[in-house]
Design a protein around this ligand. Structure first.
Ligand code: ZN
Length: 60
């Protein structure tokens, strides 16, 4: 019996798919909103997935 499962999405191992996070800087601005910055995962650059291309290419 064939299995009809889709190919698994390659989730970034560094961030487990949580590629972007908001970091509070403390305090609030004039409008009362929290001051935050957004940080993206360095490995996947905010996509949450890995590239399919092979990482290392052997040079002989
Ligand atoms: Zn990542």
């Amino acid at each position: 019996m064939p299995e009809n499962t889709a190919a698994p999405v390659r989730i970034c191992s560094d961030c487990d798919g949580f590629a972007s996070v908001a970091i509070t800087l403390g305090g609030r601005d004039r409008n009362g909103h929290l001051r935050t910055i957004t940080a993206h995962c360095k490995t996947c650059v905010g996509t949450g997935t890995r590239r399919n291309a092979p990482r290392a290419v052997a040079h002989v």
